[in-house]
Design a protein around this ligand. Structure first.
Ligand SMILES: Cc1cc2nc3c(=O)[nH]c(=O)nc-3n(C[C@H](O)[C@H](O)[C@H](O)COP(=O)(O)O)c2cc1C
Length: 255
């Protein structure tokens, strides 16, 4: 490996699937592409999207506190400049101009892209100032997906839009997308070979900690530590690891 400049951080993290974030307020609908997003929690179901305050969509999200996160098939590549290069402030009705249409989510009434392959209706739960972007944290209230989604994506019918970054000025700026024609899908066994036993032990410890915490009043959790340390000692973990497992289980059982 060779050392790479810090300004290439996002380029090293790509490819990612950019999502279209859509929000509406008082008759205005805005949409933007965002490549910097991630699931933050499964319970509650939280998604974080890093959005710069300059984006018009940012303002709409903060005002309406309801928005959607949409996954587009690569067939919509030609719509990306409307969503990701044009700002609603300077290029009004960009969504309509892109040819994409809006429908309403069934739970929050959030504007969602009718042509999306999947869409998450989301309620704003937190805005964390991180740096030049804010982490917009939203709780997913409902999920929609095309027929073809069968618990996992069938990539013969869904070729997600994938982004590799953009070239730098002064040369004319190019946005680079991956065009995926054939995906060779390979299924790997979970925890194969000699990993299996350790994975089972790990699940067992997690389950046991969870069960014990459920049965024990919170005021007595501290006293469980010894018992758990013994259990985990057999797994050749460090004694203080138990605290992390208790904290992890606490988040799963207290809602
Ligand atoms: C592929 C792609 C990914 C992008 N990712 C982000 C992102 O994660 N966060 C962000 O704030 N802007 C991101 N942008 C830029 C916004 O989409 C862009 O500034 C857009 O014009 C904002 O529109 P608006 O002002 O109408 O909201 C991305 C653009 C593209 C093309």
């Amino acid at each position: 490996m060779r050392r790479v400049s810090l300004r290439d951080l996002d380029r090293v993290l790509y490819p990612t699937i950019p999502v279209a974030v859509v929000a509406g307020y008082k008759g205005k609908v805005g949409a933007m592409l965002a490549a910097w997003w991630t699931q933050l929690s499964s319970d509650p179901p939280l998604i974080g999207v890093a959005i710069a305050p300059e984006r018009y969509t940012y303002k709409l999200i903060l005002r309406s506190r309801v928005y959607s996160i949409n996954f587009l098939d690569a067939a919509h590549l030609d719509k990306t400049p409307y969503l990701g290069d044009a700002s609603e402030r300077f290029y009004p009705s960009k969504l309509a101009k892109s040819g994409l249409t809006i429908s309403k989510g069934g739970v929050l009434g959030a504007p969602i892209i009718a042509e999306a392959s999947a869409a998450l209706e989301t309620r704003l739960s937190n805005v964390v100032e991180t740096g030049d972007h804010d982490m917009i944290v939203g709780e997913v209230a409902s999920i929609y997906a095309i027929e073809n989604f069968e618990g996992v994506w069938r990539l013969e019918k869904y070729k997600p839009l994938m982004y590799l970054g953009r070239t730098r000025r002064p040369a004319p700026v190019k946005r680079i997308y991956v065009v995926c024609r054939n995906f060779d899908v390979k299924e790997l066994e979970y925890a194969p070979g000699d990993i299996k036993e350790s994975a089972m032990k790990r699940s067992k410890v997690m389950e046991t900690v969870e069960e014990l915490l459920k049965k024990t009043p919170r005021s007595e959790w501290k006293q469980l530590k010894l018992q758990l340390e013994k259990l985990m000692g057999e797994s050749s973990l460090e004694a203080d690891d138990v605290e992390y497992y208790i904290d992890d289980a606490r988040r799963r059982i207290t809602k």
